[in-house]
Design a protein around this ligand. Sequence first.
Ligand code: SF4
Ligand code: SF4
Length: 368
Amino acid sequence: MHVTNTLAEANRQMTICNACRYCESLCAVFPAMEQRRVFTDDNLDYLANLCHSCGACYDACQYIPPHEFGVNVPKVLAELRLESYARYAWPRGLAPLFRRNGLLVVLAAATAVALFVGGFVTLGDANVLFVAQTGPGAFYRLMPHEAMVLLFGSVFAFATLALTMSVRTFWHAIGGSPLTLSEVLDAGRAAATLQYLNGGGGGCRNEEERPDDRRVFHHCTFYGFLLCFASTSLATVLHNGLGWQAPYSWYNPVVLLGIVGGLGLLIGPVGLLRAKGKRDPSLTDTRARGMELGFLVMLLLTSATGLLLLVLRATPMMGVLLALHLGVVFALFLSFPYGKFVHGFYRYAALVRFAQEKRTPANVSDNT
Ligand code: SF4
Ligand code: SF4
């Protein structure tokens, strides 16, 4: 007996696929499925998070609607992925945030920006907001460095804790065992290259039935995010270790990493939004649309406000742009454990489990 209708439907479709096995070379889902004869709810959550939603198995399938079997693997696994994020969310009471994530992200961003503008005006010198600030420590004339560290450190620590607890529960549910370095590297290679987003070599399917550029734009987004994160981490080291205060010169590695990462975070989300618009809706979970759009728009706003701040930081626009940038980043951090951001962690955990199963298939029983 499955806990939800989606789990029951995924079980029905996986049972058909397990008898058919035509798609076994397309991605990791089918080889993982073939190691099982029955599918528990946890098994199905594992398979759902292995799926990269490329759509290749839908193209290949002879049992898609209107065939009476009505097989649509990308769609049912997309629906199950969304359910699984809520199922493993920590704390459990915040799981419903996944349902209205798009709206909540917009509200959080608007509120955070308003609070930063209000805070700059009421807690500091109101004139500072609209007067050009230059030289080391210019940003901290609007908001003390200690206050920034406390605010962003707290929200980052909470997001890290919530994500760790959620993924830990998922890992145990899918039967994860102690890791080896080679399993971690094997999964890391698959994740870093998006190995399973190429539909077995044919690329992602879109409405025009051509391979699209989703993989390239996903790479821009992912590596752009990593470079921005590296830029912020380096700035923290320079500030605390060497006493060098932001803003930094154009040729400082903090700025160079931020520029390259910011451009990736502009190009990637724009491309992904465009690809999303062209995707065949019959392959996707429309309930996840708000969450996916909200995440991409927030990434886009983060990079756009960050790059604008860089260009206009010596002008009277700096104060307002800093409030906008900090507000957006704060809301983005806040949404991390309850939005699309979690997909990377669940998918990586599923890929590590897949790497384990490739090495020790004998450990896979019908009920793990
Ligand atoms: S998706 Fe269709 S063709 Fe592919 S294994 Fe399942 S039933 Fe067979
Ligand atoms: S990754 Fe692609 S081929 Fe594999 S199950 Fe998902 S949609 Fe189908």
